[in-house]
Design a protein around this ligand. Structure first.
Ligand code: SF4
Ligand code: SF4
Length: 248
């Protein structure tokens, strides 16, 4: 027992101080893109041709973060002449259109609903629905319950029953086989309720877009309140989204 106590004292508190203190992610992390609006259109076209997600809008010189898997291919063209990726992990948006970005995003806290903050600011219970996800999104949500992130200290928990939940947190491209279960889960959540689309699969179909076996766009079947991009979203991206949207 003494060994355990000594070990705990030696380790100290391992929980991140975020959001009170900023977190610097490792240099290889690809977060919010920095886009060069003065880039030669030929290079932008080259980036768009390389992009496996058709996420680059050539005329507008923008990237659709709802489609992007952050694979980094476009940043290789011309040594990052059009796009480079910053380490900013704060990527979520309340409106789908805001994810089509020139490198800036609106302040999520300012765009979230005061109604939701009043209802769920002190306690938010979510039911996670994996609608055909590859399990990476789901694993990175699970990580939020580890001591480092300690999500429940903010009054946010994932619960087993949709009847105990305030909303659903959806991952995956919504396979046709999962559509009925997803809609039944949504129906079982008492109103008022929130819907969160997490990961490019739930936002746009992700790497599976174009497949006949998926719906590919959660917003086409349910009213989505919060979009969290990434493939998968970094746990800090999700943490920022939940705190900014429901608490800030
Ligand atoms: S990082 Fe995003 S925009 Fe760039 S090539 Fe990959 S999917 Fe396309
Ligand atoms: S968004 Fe990426 S990580 Fe998440 S389920 Fe889809 S393919 Fe997997």
């Amino acid at each position: 027992m003494l060994k355990v106590i000594r070990n705990r004292l030696e380790q100290g508190c391992r929980t991140t101080a975020y959001p009170k203190k900023p977190v610097q992610l490792y240099s290889r992390f690809r977060g919010l893109p920095t886009i060069n609006q003065d880039c030669d259109p030929a290079i932008v076209r080259q980036c768009a041709e390389l992009c496996p997600q058709e996420a680059i809008l050539v005329e507008e010189k923008k990237i659709d973060l709802g489609r992007c898997t952050f694979c980094g291919e476009c940043a290789q063209v011309g040594d990052g002449a059009f796009v480079q990726f910053s380490s900013s992990f704060e990527l979520a948006a309340a409106n789908r259109q805001d994810l089509i970005t020139d490198g800036s995003l609106p302040d999520l806290a300012a765009h979230s609903s005061a109604h939701f903050k009043k209802l769920f600011g002190r306690s938010l219970q979510l039911r996670q629905v994996s609608a055909g996800g590859c399990n990476a999104c789901e694993a990175d949500i699970n990580v939020l319950n580890t001591p480092f992130f300690d999500l429940s200290r903010f009054g946010i928990d994932f619960v087993a029953s949709p009847r105990h939940a305030d909303g659903i947190h959806v991952t995956g491209p919504i396979t046709r086989n999962m559509k009925t279960a997803l809609l039944a889960t949504y129906a079982a959540v008492p109103s008022p309720k929130v819907v969160i689309a997490s990961g490019c699969c739930a936002i746009s179909g992700g790497p599976f877009y174009g497949s006949k076996e998926i719906i590919g766009d959660l917003a086409s079947i349910l009213p989505v309140d919060l979009f969290i991009p990434g493939c998968p979203p970094h746990p800090l991206t999700t943490l920022h989204a939940l705190l900014a949207f429901f608490k800030a």
